[in-house]
Design a protein around this ligand. Structure first.
Ligand code: GLN
Length: 491
């Protein structure tokens, strides 16, 4: 049998459905691959060998009994450690949750199980999903399979690295400011942020609740669409979940693969026309735009003047929400507890626990957010940022009157070497310059590989109106039909 770890999820599912491979064989092949390379890549924080093989056996039993299998039955998936899975360690990349085994499944994990996918384990991430390089994980960084001395993006670097290292054909990420798309871009994989509310936040450890969006990561656009369909849709357990069916992303990906974009209007955002981006990234992006034009797409230039304020607005809104959300980690209810010796007071235990349990970036965000929400400063910071958010939403609404989707590079720079942006927080924040507006607006965005710069992957971002996720899959699949998938050097 050919090496299943090199196959797409679609191909693997077909093998299993056709009886050419068992789910157990497919799972074992991926577990073997993880055993062979993950000491160097470090994509996983926890590999659930027993749970994965048990899930695989259940799929094989279903097939043997002649039961109907879903389109992803038996396909392995790696899950970002921000989502709970019953009984499986969930750390969010933080020491404060070390040893915590949640008593319940997140909706995403529950739906993954219902679809018959096989959860291989939990992937590495920046602590509490704050970061763009995975260097802020309390458990050490993840390497980019294209060059192990470089970052795989963040915060979901583990999920994207697992795909690029052929440790998993599918993965789940979460995107608050770019944490699915930016790791996708710098690892040469596909990452999609669904419409906010299109995928459930139930069981997703909260960072910034008005922005957090779980979503699919894969090596192809169609695989991402299949995963999106499996995890998406209304969930009564999440109060901001949208009560509407998932847009038909799978049909859109299939249609786009035909390579015809006749009549599709692609909006080039004037404010993202290259300032602040590496020349090699812009060159790959422009070549990809030419390729899309040859498929029949029409290019229109759109101006979104408030996008330049997206980054500062985000760094007020996200830390504000984080300072509130992270108050629950008090050393009493979950995970780590320090100083519980009968000598220290309750307040001291909380303070000692937080000091030991949170890393420097998380502490910075809590302090920033607490300040932005404090009496006397609230209107000037948090209130002002919310007004900017409204202006950005208006920019999107106006732009979508002229264009069906907006496109830009996903990130201003290719994968950077470890340590090169950790000394200046702002340099790290810039990684999400092009992805953050989408989060503030709430619409969907996808990153699809569009070429190389200096031998490293470049991603093209496609942004669509809210609940028009299908549009970005159509354009993404069309781009993929020209560019193909990117193959990293052998590890
Ligand atoms: N890099 C951004 C941040 O640090 C976005 C993170 C995310 O999307 N989770 O906040």
């Amino acid at each position: 049998m050919a090496d299943v770890t090199r196959m797409t999820a679609t191909e693997i599912a077909a093998l299993i459905a056709g009886g050419e491979a068992s789910a157990v064989e497919v799972t074992q092949a991926h577990l073997d691959r993880i055993a062979a390379v993950d000491d160097r890549v470090h994509a996983f924080l926890h590999v659930d060998v027993d749970g994965a093989l048990e899930a695989a056996r259940a799929v094989d039993a279903k097939r043997a009994a002649g039961e109907e299998l879903g389109p992803l039955a038996g396909v392995p998936v790696a899950v970002k450690d921000v989502l709970t899975a019953k009984g499986v360690p969930t750390t969010v990349g933080s020491k404060i949750l070390q040893g915590w085994r949640p008593p319940y499944d997140s909706t995403i994990v529950r739906r993954l199980r219902a679809a018959g996918t096989v959860m291989l384990g939990k992937t590495n991430m920046d602590e509490f999903a704050m970061g763009s390089s995975t260097e802020y994980s309390a458990y050490g960084p993840t390497g980019n399979p294209w060059d192990l001395s470089r970052i795989p993006g963040g915060s979901g670097g583990g999920s994207s690295a697992a795909l690029a290292a052929y440790e998993a054909p599918l993965a789940i990420g979460s995107d608050t400011g770019g944490s699915i798309r930016q790791p996708g871009a710098v690892t040469g994989t596909v990452g999609a942020k669904p419409t906010y509310g299109g995928t459930s936040r139930y069981g997703l450890v909260a960072f910034s609740s008005s922005l957090d969006t779980p979503g699919p990561c894969a090596r192809t656009v169609l695989d991402a669409a299949l995963l999106h369909e499996a995890i998406g849709g209304h969930d009564w357990r999440d109060s901001t979940s949208i009560p509407a069916p998932v847009p038909d992303v799978v049909a859109a990906a299939r249609a786009g693969a035909g390579g015809d974009l006749t009549g599709v209007r692609l909006g080039l955002v004037t404010e993202f026309s290259g300032e602040g981006a590496e020349p090699g990234v812009m060159a790959a992006f422009r070549d990809a735009v030419d390729a899309l034009t040859k498929l029949g797409a029409e290019i229109v230039e759109v101006s979104c003047p408030h996008f330049q304020y997206a980054l500062p607005a985000y760094y007020l809104i996200a830390p504000s929400e984080c300072s509130s959300n992270l108050a629950r980690f008090d050393g009493v209810r979950f995970g780590l507890r320090v100083g519980d010796d009968g000598v220290h007071s309750l307040e001291e235990v909380m303070s000692l626990t937080r000091d030991a349990g949170f890393g420097p970036e998380v502490k910075r965000r809590i302090m920033l957010g607490t300040y932005a929400l404090s009496s006397g400063y609230y209107d000037a910071y948090y209130g002002q940022a919310q007004k900017v958010r409204t202006l950005i939403t208006r920019d999107f609404t106006a732009a979508f009157e002229q264009a069906d989707v907006l496109i830009s590079p996903t990130t201003p720079f290719v994968a950077f070497p470890f340590g090169s942006r950790t000394s200046d927080p702002y340099q790290m924040y810039l990684a999400d310059l092009f992805t953050i507006p989408t989060n503030l607006y709430g619409g969907p965005g996808i990153s699809v590989p569009c070429g190389l710069s200096e031998g490293l992957p470049v991603g093209l971002q496609i942004m669509a109106p809210t609940m028009a996720d299908d549009r970005m899959y159509r354009v993404g699949a069309a781009l993929e039909s020209v560019i193909g998938t990117l193959t990293p050097p052998e590890l």
